[in-house]
Design a protein around this ligand. Structure first.
Ligand SMILES: [Zn+2]
Ligand SMILES: [Zn+2]
Ligand SMILES: [Zn+2]
Length: 135
């Protein structure tokens, strides 16, 4: 099992100042065991303005401490992440989202884009279904 550096450490490593409001957002992020919405984060950090919550989440995304994912219904969630490029396995029963990385899959995605003459900037991939526990 990998030890996830906590978001505060990640943020500090980038040289970003961990101000009071940012600290409050970080604490709130640390309190979620799974995916959360910006709304839920705002509720969990009631002293922090919405704009600051958004900015802090964006910053955390850039550091890789938090990643963004799209559920099957199109709604957006965030969750704490191991960082690095990866894909998601989204369980429709328990809501758990597992991360996986596959260099071979990425290679295929890149060659598909290339074959279509498409200039690829990035990609995200969510697989929907039931996790090992719920299946
Ligand atoms: Zn992720
Ligand atoms: Zn599940
Ligand atoms: Zn990929």
């Amino acid at each position: 099992m990998t030890i996830t550096p906590d978001p505060t450490t990640r943020l500090a490593e980038t040289g970003a100042r961990v101000t009071g409001p940012r600290r409050a957002v970080l604490d709130a992020v640390g309190g979620f065991g799974g995916p959360f919405t910006i709304e839920e984060l705002c509720t969990a950090a009631p002293t922090v303005g919405r704009a600051t919550v958004f900015r802090t989440v964006k910053l955390l995304q850039e550091t890789g401490a938090v990643c963004r994912l799209v559920l099957e219904d199109g709604s957006v969630r965030y969750q704490r992440s191991e960082g690095g490029h990866h894909h998601h396995l989204v369980c429709s029963e328990c809501g758990r989202v597992q991360e996986f990385a596959d260099a071979e899959l990425d290679r295929l995605i890149h060659s598909n884009a290339e074959n279509a003459g498409f200039e690829l900037d990035g990609h995200s991939l969510e697989l929907y279904g039931r996790c090992a526990t719920c299946a």
